[in-house]
Design a protein around this ligand. Structure first.
Ligand code: CP
Length: 289
């Protein structure tokens, strides 16, 4: 695997191999890389989890992390992303992890760039490393995918997590439902009420309301009442069912604040799992260089 760009391009075997390697890393396995690689994290949108988690994973597998400050780069002087990445390649980098506002920003990097590109989120497109850590979290819980039901709830039209997860989960045999306000369904067929959802779902995956991508104001209270995971709704979930959320969480909007760390919640576990998954992604890519 040279790059990680979209879940569309990963086979089920590649997904399972990353999940299995993440589990080995979590159990203490050592990386299988014969040299230190140079990597940089280029984040043109805000991030707490993904950026820090990649940097931790890079250091844990022995990479040298080259600092890159998007806000002080020559892109502010008009340099293109292509020229920026080509410059880093010529300086000697092996891989770049990129988050950018534009959907499919990586298309301009497919020709002429030899450094490996790991997509850490493209606009409202894809978030493959988040998807892989979501899959690892689900697999750790149930030891299978086939036959599970996952309901993704919230700002689906703007969510790169929903798109990435839906592609991969469906291909792995999971029944994926969507629940959201009618105007937020995007191209997905969704339900507009909780009817029947809690009784059948093994995973309730909540999504962050992406305020920065909305221009029409909405009521947080009304959203919580209609689409949020309230304490009352949590009580109706199946006994073994779990709660997920890629975070950051808008507490008391997508989920009642007191449920964020409840027994069923895997929200902070997802963040913990992400480091091992990103170690597996980086090792898979870098060992082929
Ligand atoms: N889940 C996620 O992508 O979080 P950050 O925006 O903090 O990286």
């Amino acid at each position: 695997m040279k790059n990680l760009l979209s879940m569309e391009y990963l086979t089920n075997d590649e997904i399972m191999s990353i999940i299995e390697r993440a589990r080995e890393f979590e159990q203490g396995a050592e990386p299988k890389l014969d040299r230190s690689h140079y990597v940089a994290n280029l984040f043109f949108e805000p991030s707490t989890r993904t950026k820090t988690s990649f940097e931790m994973a890079e250091r844990k597998i022995g990479c040298t992390v080259i600092p890159f400050e998007a806000g002080f780069s020559s892109m502010l002087k008009g340099e293109t992303l292509y020229d920026t990445v080509k410059t880093l390649e010529m300086i000697g980098l092996d891989a770049v992890v990129i988050r950018a506002k534009e959907d499919e920003y990586y298309r301009e990097l497919l020709e002429g760039i030899n450094v490996s590109v790991i997509n850490a989120g493209d606009g409202t497109g894809q978030h493959p490393s988040q998807s892989l850590l979501d899959l690892y979290t689900i697999y750790k819980e149930f030891e299978r995918f086939d036959g599970l039901t996952v309901t993704i709830v919230g700002d689906i039209a703007h969510s790169r997590v929903a798109k990435s997860d839906a592609i991969a989960l469906r291909r792995l045999g999971v029944n994926v439902n969507f629940l959201c306000p009618p105007e937020w369904a995007g191209n997905f067929e969704a339900q507009y009420s909780w009817d029947g959802i809690l009784e059948e779902s093994d995973v309730i995956m909540l999504l962050r309301i992406q305020h920065e991508r909305h221009d029409v104001p909405f009521s947080k209270e009304l959203y919580h009442q209609q689409y949020g995971l309230t304490v009352e709704r949590e009580k109706q979930m199946k006994e073994h069912a779990i709660i997920m959320h890629p975070a950051p969480v808008n507490r008391d909007v997508e989920i009642a604040s007191e449920l964020v760390e409840c027994k069923r919640s895997r929200i902070f576990h997802q963040i913990h799992n992400g480091v091992f998954v990103r170690m597996a992604i980086l090792e898979t890519i870098l060992k082929e260089r």
